[in-house]
Design a protein around this ligand. Structure first.
Ligand code: FE2
Length: 387
């Protein structure tokens, strides 16, 4: 087996009140003039204040750009780059879910190299970046705090562009479940199933490796044990802590393996219909798993065993059957709607299927799938899940 190239943040602080290490972290990285990148919700919820209080008490001068948007766009990134260039900043502190973190990554790259995000879309890669990023996730989660990816939507074309490289890996991550305690039910469910999808896809990907396999299995186990509890008992500290750790593990796994067909097909659903990322993954996960499993029965069987929905003595066939049942049950328990029930009109949906399949393919993610789909097969799955 060829060696695996693994990339992770230089520093991760994980656990209750990790956010209080923000000033110490800046010191370790040798930076002292941060621009915080966040959104209006995080600002108004008081979470941003928790970070700035620590900075203030350390005498660190900061500014904040809080105009990031869900499914970050090239337009929002352009505004962020202006904010970055209007001050003498030497680092970025991203506070929020995937959107502020992905925006900060794009700002750091454009602030270093200029151009537009389209210049950096896959298969292009960018490795160097002058602005260290300290990522503080507030959802559990996208895992963006540890990944070498960002996803930015082109404002002109609605395409969700995948961009990758070492430049996008945060230098430090403060992984603090206490910041996730107020996440509402729907967000907890959506981000949790995104985490599960990261682990499953990292595990079955053609790019899987022994390093990511162990992390992915641990992530699947944690999500399976704790996601429903985190949704139904939002104050349950053990469940929140486990889901936050799982989210970071899921990020570590897919960043060093890959995502596959679910994410490839999910991004166009999000781009054209503004379905939240985790929810569009959830809509696709059972159908894509059923499509893919025949090409990787052992691997998908392992997933079922890691999730605890199959016995270790089960054959792969039996375990995969149980996995498919569990994924359907999870979607039912987490009230995942079909695209139709989500309110997507059939005219627009069916007219875009070919384009969505093309966009899925061009992201490169379906090529990592154990069973590589044709455009027609992806169109058929989009049709199947509409219901
Ligand atoms: Fe994801």
């Amino acid at each position: 087996m060829a060696p695996s190239m693994i990339t992770l943040p230089r520093l991760m602080t994980i656990g209750a009140n990790a956010h209080k290490e923000v000033s110490t972290t800046l010191g370790k990285l040798g930076v002292k003039r941060p621009l915080l990148v966040s959104d209006a919700f995080i600002r108004e919820s008081g979470i941003l204040d928790k970070i700035t209080t620590v900075l203030d008490s350390s005498g660190i001068t900061w500014s904040a750009f809080t105009d990031t948007v869900p499914d970050p766009t090239t337009a929002a990134v352009t505004d962020g780059v202006s904010a970055l260039e209007n001050g003498r900043f030497d680092c970025l502190i991203a506070v929020g879910g995937g959107s502020p973190m992905d925006t900060a990554k794009a700002m750091a790259v454009l602030g270093t190299h200029g151009g537009t995000m389209r210049d950096y879309k896959v298969p292009n890669q960018i490795d160097r970046c002058e602005y260290p990023i300290i990522a503080i996730p507030t959802t559990a989660g996208t895992g963006s705090e540890v990944t070498r990816f960002t996803v930015i939507t082109d404002t002109d074309t609605d395409e969700k562009m995948l961009c990758m490289g070492l430049a996008y890996v945060p230098q430090a991550a403060l992984v603090d479940y206490t910041l996730t305690m107020s996440m509402p039910w729907r967000l907890t469910a959506d981000t949790g199933i995104d985490t599960l999808t990261h682990a499953i896809e990292a595990y079955v990907s053609k790019k899987h490796n022994p390093f990511t396999d162990g992390i992915a299995r641990s992530c699947m186990s944690l999500v399976s044990k704790h996601l429903r509890t985190a949704c139904d008992q939002p104050d349950n500290i053990s469940a929140r802590e486990a889901m936050m750790l799982a989210a970071t593990q899921g990020g570590m796994a897919f960043s060093n393996s890959s995502v596959c067909m679910v994410h490839g097909m999910s991004r166009p659903l999000g781009a054209h219909f503004h379905v939240p990322h985790g929810l569009s993954n959830a809509m696709l996960l059972p159908a894509v798993t059923a499509f893919s499993a025949p090409s990787a029965m052992l691997r998908y069987g392992d997933c079922a065993k890691a999730m605890g929905c199959a016995e270790h003595t089960d054959t792969s066939e039996t375990a995969v059957g149980k996995l498919l049942e569990e994924l359907e049950q999870l979607n039912s328990d987490l009230k995942v709607p079909s695209p139709k029930d989500y309110g997507i009109g059939d005219n627009k949906y069916f007219s875009l299927l070919e384009a969505m399949a093309d966009q899925a393919l061009s992201s490169g993610s379906p090529a990592n799938n154990p069973r590589v789909p044709s455009n027609e097969e992806m169109v058929a799955i989009y049709e199947e899940i509409y219901k």
